[in-house]
Design a protein around this ligand. Structure first.
Ligand code: TPP
Ligand code: MG
Length: 332
């Protein structure tokens, strides 16, 4: 991706930019804290951080309406925070405590919130794609005007079940936005080593699903593309594909030695394309905020994140009796 030149955009309000800044910073600081807790042995099992990709979820949440749904992979903490789930509940779940969203029994990849319409957290690559179409099928059946955002990676985009889903979603005109978060790697495999045609936004062509490519390091571009996609779905025109080009700064998971790319590649992306610095520059250049204002926001966010870590540590581990609870849904 080319180096970005940041220029003020007069049609975006200060409030809007400030809210994106806050939301992206919350994800970044939360993930940094999760990385620390993992290093201290307080988080066990898998932990996939979202650092670098923040503009994707924050931009798309800005295009959502109340009642719209989202479902994603194991790289899911950012999606939870962006849709308004409580950082305390997410951090407590990461640390396996009773105060967590799954009472400490799910961990990083298994959290849900009916209230916020967040349907996980899925560890099997691509598994959430047919499930996302299923959520959209239910909404179409109920004719309630809702849209489902189904997120998956560039690696998952090569899975067979994705294309079975595309076929049915198009056949039944389901209101689903397929969001391909192209962070350019699937574990240690660069996209060019695994993928015959890199233009993932065209993968719906055979099924008549339109798609577009989006700069995922620019929250405003993501929001604009999200609005186009949502409009298409709400108009009853069926699914839409957004390939959002982004980059993860950290390893695939906390146990990734990252030997498949150079430090310089990561450093260049951080220096030239960082999505949070981009909004920061827009805020300062447009005189929407001062350095002091932004420092104040940084402090607020730090407090929310530190409080979530304290909450997690103070919350007890689930009792052994909890092993047999929450397995089956109660009869309605
Ligand atoms: C069906 C299946 N195959 C393989 C794996 C192992 N695995 C976990 S993540 C991953 C890479 C997926 O990459 P991508 O879809 O690009 O998502 P990202 O991790 O970059 O967000 C693989 C191969 C798995 N969990 N499930
Ligand atoms: Mg990937």
């Amino acid at each position: 991706m080319a180096t970005r030149k940041t220029t003020a955009r007069p049609n975006v309000s200060a409030e809007e930019l400030l809210s994106y800044y806050r939301d992206m910073l919350l994800i970044r600081r939360f993930e940094e804290k999760a990385g620390q807790l993992y290093g201290m042995g307080l988080i066990g099992g898998f932990c996939h951080l979202y650092i670098g990709q923040e503009a994707v979820v924050v931009g798309l949440e800005a295009a959502c309406e109340e009642g719209d749904k989202r479902i994603t992979s194991y790289r899911d903490h950012g999606h939870m925070l962006a849709c308004g789930m409580d950082p305390n509940g997410v951090m407590a779940e990461l640390t396996g405590r009773i105060g967590g969203y799954s009472k400490g029994k799910g961990g990083s990849m298994h959290m849900f919130s009916r209230e916020k319409h967040f349907y996980g957290g899925h560890g099997i690559v691509g598994a959430q794609v047919p499930l996302g179409a299923g959520l959209a099928f239910a909404d179409k059946y109920k004719d309630n005007g809702r849209v489902t955002f189904t997120y998956f990676g560039d690696g998952a985009a090569n899975q067979g079940q994705v294309y079975e889903t595309f076929n049915m979603a198009a056949l039944w005109s389901l209101p689903v936005v397929f969001v391909i978060e192209n962070n350019q790697y699937a574990m240690g495999t660069a996209q060019k080593r695994s993928t015959s045609t890199p233009e993932l936004y065209t993968r719906g062509t055979a099924f008549g699903i339109p798609g577009e490519i989006v700069d995922g390091m620019d929250v405003l571009a993501v929001k604009a593309a999200g609005e186009t996609a949502v409009k298409h779905c709400r108009a009853g025109k069926g699914p839409y594909i957004l390939e959002i080009k982004t980059y993860r700064y950290r390893g695939h998971s906390m146990s990734d030695p990252a030997k498949y790319r150079t430090r310089e590649e990561v450093q260049k992306m951080r220096e030239e394309r960082d999505p949070i610095d981009h909004v920061r520059e827009l805020l300062l250049q447009g005189k929407h905020a001062s350095e002091e204002d932004l420092k104040g926001i940084d402090k607020e966010i730090k407090k929310i994140v530190n409080d979530s870590a304290d909450f997690a540590r103070e919350s007890p581990e689930p009792d052994l009796d909890e092993l047999w609870t929450d397995i089956y849904a109660e009869a309605q």
